[in-house]
Design a protein around this ligand. Structure first.
Ligand code: PRP
Length: 193
């Protein structure tokens, strides 16, 4: 009862339903960090957590605190998909490239907030492999497998979710709601106005 009333008071009015609460997000990040530490600790010399701006920032900030600090570095890229008119061509445009120049000794773990068509991550994995990274793996907090347009599977997945418009914990609608501490489903009337 108490939990319900707190949720009612703090939930943004544009959010229809909380899909993942703060507690659930914490537990999810803990689980992913445990898997990552287990997989990399024994052999990685230099693990780069590569956050893809902007949506990954909150997840990245929480995840990096829980990954073994003796091997981890952070870096960021920013990309955008572009196309003609309203339909994306699926092409990916690099706006900010990885800063580290020599990545031959680096194990790169790309950190994303969400995977939808799969085009962004499938492009980035190929791009970083061609650039010479020792290894490239992917981690996303959220996965919408029903939206996939290319054959792409994540190495680390927080949660698979249905095809709903989700915001919060870094994810936006029109640059808003990124600071919500939970993942919520946006009310359809907000984006169909
Ligand atoms: C989102 C998300 C991924 C991409 C996933 O970014 O952060 O980068 O879309 O979509 P895909 O699987 O269809 O390629 P967005 O373009 O919304 O930018 P943002 O992270 O700055 O919000």
């Amino acid at each position: 009862m108490l939990t319900f009333s707190i949720m009612e008071e703090t939930m943004n009015k544009d959010v229809l339903k909380v899909l993942l609460s703060e507690e659930e997000l914490n537990a999810t990040v803990d689980r992913l960090a445990t898997q990552i530490n287990r997989d990399y600790a024994s052999h990685a010399k230099r693990l780069i957590l590569l956050g893809i701006l902007k949506g990954s920032v909150v997840f990245m900030g929480d995840l990096m605190k829980k990954v073994d600090s003796s091997i981890v570095e952070i870096d960021f890229m920013k990309v955008s998909s572009y196309g003609s008119g309203t339909k994306s061509s699926g092409a990916v445009n690099i706006i900010l490239d990885i800063q580290r120049k020599d990545i031959a000794e680096c194990d790169i773990l790309i950190v994303e907030d969400i995977v939808d068509s799969g085009r962004t991550l499938s492009y980035l994995v190929e791009y970083l492999r061609l650039k010479g990274a020792k290894s490239v793996r992917t981690c996303a907090l959220l996965d919408k497998p029903s939206r996939r347009e290319v054959d792409f599977n994540l190495d680390y997945v927080g949660a698979q979710i249905p095809d709903e418009f989700v915001v919060g914990y870094g994810l936006d609608y029109d640059e808003k709601y990124r600071n919500l501490p939970y993942i919520g489903i946006l009310r359809p009337e907000v984006y169909s106005k």
